[in-house]
Design a binder for this molecule. Structure first.
Ligand code: GLN
Length: 249
C-alpha cells in the first residue's frame, strides 16, 4: 500500500514562532526519503477546508495578540476539528496552539479567551508576567516508545490540570514553572511547549507523528514499519543540548 501524509497547517501565516515551520520541512523530508507521498496544505483565517480530508493537523505557536485574532475562526471550526479527530486525524500542537485546545487562555494583560474546550487543561498567565524561557529536555513515553525530547520554550502561559502530560521535565520548565511535567499526549493530540523547532532535533517524535497520521488510512501501520533513516546530524544537534544542560543521554 502506497502511504501518503496529508497535512493541514492551520494559520500557517501567523502561527509560526521560533521556526515551527521547520516541523513541516522535516516531515516532508522524512516522507520523501521513504517514498511516502507528502501533501502540505495550509489554512488561513476564513479559508474553507474540510479538516477530515487530512491525516495530520498542525498548529504552531504565536504571541498573545495573534492567538486572540484567530479565535473566532478557530471556534467556528470546532465541529469540523472534532469530527476529524473522531475519524483519527492526528493533531500536533505547539505552544500557543496547544493552549487553544484546552478550556481557556488568559494572557498577561488579563484578557481571557475561550479555547476549543476539548480537554480539561487551562492556561493562566502569572500576575508578575514572568515567562518560562530556555532550552528544555523531557523524558516521554510515546505509546511504549521511550524517548528524551529536546527543544526550546518561551511562554508566559502556565498550563494546569493536565491529566496526561507528554513527559517529565529533566531540565527546563514545562507546563508551569514548577509542575515538573510538560505537554499533553492522549493518543489523539500531541501538545507541547517545545519549539526549537520540535521535529528536527527529535527524529523519534517526527517518525512517531508520521506513524500516528498514517494510521488514519492504515490502522495496522506500526512505527517499526518506517524505513530507518540516518540521523547522525540530528543526534549531533541533540548532543549539544544534552551537554549544555548537563543531562545524561
Ligand atoms: N502567547 C503564549 C504565551 O506566551 C504562547 C507563546 C508561544 O506560542 N510561544 O504563553
Amino acid at each position: 500500500m502506497k502511504h501518503s501524509l496529508r497535512v493541514c497547517w492551520l494559520y500557517h501565516d501567523i502561527m509560526d514562532l521560533y521556526g515551527d515551520k521547520g516541523n513541516m520541512m522535516v516531515l516532508k523530508k522524512r516522507c520523501e526519503d521513504r517514498d511516502i507521498d507528502f501533501v502540505l496544505d495550509t489554512c488561513g483565517i476564513g479559508e474553507k477546508k474540510n479538516l477530515c480530508d487530512y491525516n495530520l493537523i498542525f498548529l504552531g505557536g504565536g504571541d498573545d495578540k495573534t492567538q486572540f485574532s484567530l479565535i473566532p475562526d478557530l471556534l467556528s471550526r470546532k465541529e469540523n476539528i472534532k469530527q476529524a479527530m473522531d475519524e483519527n486525524t492526528f493533531v500536533l500542537l505547539i505552544c500557543g496552539g496547544y493552549q487553544l485546545f484546552g478550556q481557556y487562555y488568559t494572557a498577561s494583560d488579563n484578557q481571557k479567551i475561550d479555547g476549543l474546550k476539548f480537554y480539561d487543561y487551562y492556561t493562566d498567565t502569572g500576575a508578575d508576567r514572568t515567562r518560562c524561557v530556555g532550552n528544555i529536555i523531557i523524558e516521554a513515553n510515546l505509546d511504549g516508545i521511550k524517548t528524551q525530547i529536546v527543544g526550546f520554550e518561551n511562554h508566559g502561559g502556565q498550563t494546569k490540570n493536565v491529566s496526561k502530560p507528554l513527559g517529565k521535565v529533566l531540565s527546563g520548565y514545562g507546563n508551569t514553572f514548577d509542575s515538573g511535567y510538560e505537554g499533553f499526549y492522549d493518543g489523539k493530540i500531541l501538545g507541547t511547549y517545545l519549539h526549537g523547532p520540535l521535529l528536527p532535533k527529535n527524529p523519534v517524535v517526527a517518525d512517531f507523528v508520521i506513524t500516528k497520521a498514517l494510521q488514519k488510512d492504515d490502522p495496522e501501520f506500526k512505527f517499526e514499519d518506517l524505513k530507518p533513516l540516518e540521523n547522525s546530524f540530528d543526534e549531533a544537534a541533540r548532543d549539544v543540548l544534552f551537554k549544555r544542560l548537563n543531562v545524561e543521554k
